[in-house]
Design a protein. Structure first.
Ligand code: ATP
Length: 204
């Protein structure tokens, strides 16, 4: 069983990294794939290029084998539809159970994604509680609280999962940097060093 966590990662921060590791360990996943998206269908384009976001991601997980970068959405280009990503992973690994990991904010708009019903035929959903967000899953008919259910059914379950509550967002990090303030301790030092050296998010 593998986990996938898609995102703009603009930039990657501890809110992604620590919670991904929480999920990997809670569900004993063999790995978590971090999938940087090219062009998100439901929000503004990322502020930095795919190459810049990918380079920061590589720095962040360089010494963590449980977190693996999967570049298929960047290579595919265009709008990043999760259903296409899942179909392409299933084509390579038909017997692998996939857990799609989302923050509670992202789950709130899941019904507006492209082909949500087909996504649930391909994967389970793991919903991480984000600070300040109510649990959006409780009325859902597919909900389970038993992690063992994820092994006994191939797809289609929704599992809310408590993770370390880190009130960190990429938006806040970009804002601090554009104001000339430091976002240190919200993201790995090595990532911040790279951002600073390349002046990635500084106002011109
Ligand atoms: P932005 O502030 O630019 O919207 P973000 O910090 O929300 O970015 P994304 O790359 O959009 O980061 O997030 C990718 C996934 O990680 C989403 O499912 C999001 O809900 C989840 N996520 C991001 N930050 C956290 C956090 N602090 N705790 C739990 N989940 C998070």
């Amino acid at each position: 069983m593998i986990g996938i966590l898609g995102g703009t990662f603009d930039p990657i921060h501890y809110g992604h990294l620590r919670t991904a590791l929480d999920v990997q360990q809670a569900l004993a996943l063999s790995e978590i794939r971090l999938i940087p998206l090219s062009d998100p269908p439901h929000r503004a384009a990322p502020s930095r290029t795919p190459e810049q976001r990918l380079a920061l991601l590589q720095t962040a997980v360089a010494d963590e084998p449980r977190l693996v970068i999967d570049t298929r959405e960047l290579l595919r280009g265009g709008k990043s539809y999760t259903v296409e990503t899942l179909l392409s992973i299933k084509a390579e690994q038909p017997d692998e159970t996939i857990c799609l990991i989302l923050g509670s904010d992202a789950f709130n708009s899941f019904h507006r994604w492209h082909k949500p019903e087909q996504i649930l035929e391909l994967t389970h959903l793991i919903v991480m509680q984000r600070p300040g967000e109510a649990d959006p899953t409780h009325h859902h008919e597919r909900i389970t609280h038993q992690t063992a259910d994820l092994q006994s059914q191939a797809a289609g379950l929704i599992l809310p999962l408590a993770v370390t509550q880190l009130e960190i967002s990429a938006t806040h990090i970009r804002k601090l940097l554009s104001e000339g303030k430091s976002p240190r301790y919200l993201l790995p030092d090595a990532v911040l060093k790279q951002i600073t050296e390349e002046k990635l998010y500084h106002s011109s």
